[in-house]
Ligand binder design. Structure first.
Ligand SMILES: NC(=[NH2+])NCCC[C@H](N)C(=O)O
Ligand SMILES: [Mn+2]
Ligand SMILES: [Mn+2]
Length: 324
């Protein structure tokens, strides 16, 4: 039996209003299928459970956006980025969708899609919270990867490996149709960014993390201290009076629990550790937005059902379901 979470949200206008954005987008990386995740999550009952079990008033336009209407005719690689115009156009639209929910004081849940969509979600949250509360947001990025490559450091050219670089301003581009639409009010500070679960970081990314003193808890840190201590340290770094955007890449979980994802890396979080991270963030009452990304139901050798169920569980936990 479940009932509504007993958390008093600090930065939301109405405790039970949730905006949902479903982003069926795979253009930030080469594998098809990740665009089908929102539908798979919804069919697994996610939105229904949020309404019925967690008693949220869900604002959802009922659509999984495919963005085919903004697919550019011509989209050559530029500065080593693959499909730059398409990813830019989609993330700009996602940014506006997330912004409008967050601006009205709702908690925002975005179902991806590959992780490039975080350029949209986080920029939308950052702008809305600045305007509504005059505050900077913190970002907790739970992932096997740091996704902080600049176009120049990236070895793959896949933009899902670059969102944090654009969001922090470590990468930027003048061209309006290639992320030039990202303005200062969309951006976040490297001081308010915390990583959890890292274990596959590119050479150039390590250099960026080190040079900018970015707070990161790798799997090594989790092994050493345990997830409880790591969450205390991560939340301590952010402070108790800061709105939090949680961006959760399902590949942070070990492939044993979440095999259906484009870039699986062994040696990851257990299902319980993932849920625990989400629960600790729920407990703060500071959560203003959450992304769940990189579920790819078509990579289902071992059954996409497990990965979809893990995704549903992570979202429920982040929204306070398992707290007493
Ligand atoms: N969101 C993800 N799964 N990102 C994987 C990124 C992998 C690699 N670091 C790259 O830049 O291509
Ligand atoms: Mn990842
Ligand atoms: Mn990622």
């Amino acid at each position: 039996m479940t009932s509504a979470p007993q958390i008093e949200p600090k930065f939301l206008a109405h405790r039970h209003d949730l905006g949902v954005v479903a982003v069926g987008f795979s253009g930030g990386q080469p594998k098809p299928g990740v665009d089908a995740a929102p539908m798979a999550l919804i069919e697994a009952g996610l939105i229904k459970q949020l309404e019925e079990d967690l008693e949220f008033n869900v604002a959802f336009d009922g659509q999984v956006h495919s963005y085919s209407e903004i697919l550019p005719a011509d989209d050559p690689s530029y500065r080593n980025m693959k499909r730059p115009k398409f990813v830019s156009a989609v993330t700009k639209e996602v940014s506006e969708q997330v912004y409008s929910h967050a601006k009205s004081g709702k908690l925002v849940l975005t179902l991806g899609g590959d992780h490039s969509i975080a350029i949209g979600t986080i920029s939308g949250t950052a702008k809305a919270i600045r305007e509504r509360l005059g505050r900077e947001i913190a970002v907790i990025w739970v992932d096997a990867h740091a996704d902080i490559n600049t176009p120049e450091t990236s070895e793959s050219g896949n933009i899902h490996g670059m969102p944090v670089a654009f969001l922090t301003g470590l990468a930027s581009e003048e061209r309006e149709d290639t992320f030039g639409w990202l303005k200062d009010h969309h951006k976040i500070s490297t001081r308010k960014l915390v990583y959890i679960g890292l274990r596959d970081i590119d050479k150039g990314e390590k250099k960026i993390l080190r040079e900018h003193g970015i707070k990161a808890f790798s799997m090594h840190d989790i092994d050493r201290h345990g997830i409880g201590k790591v969450m205390d340290m991560a939340l301590g770094w952010i402070g108790s009076d800061t709105p939090i955007h949680l961006s959760f890449d399902v590949d942070a979980l070990d492939p044993m629990w979440a095999p259906s994802t484009g870039t699986p890396v062994r040696g990851g979080l257990t299902l319980r550790e993932g849920d625990f991270i989400a629960e600790c963030i729920a407990e703060t009452g500071s959560l203003v937005a959450i992304d769940l990304v990189e579920v790819n139901p078509s990579l289902d050798e071992h059954g996409a059902g497990d990965t979809v169920r893990a995704g549903v569980s992570l979202v429920r936990c982040a929204l306070g379901d398992t707290l007493l």
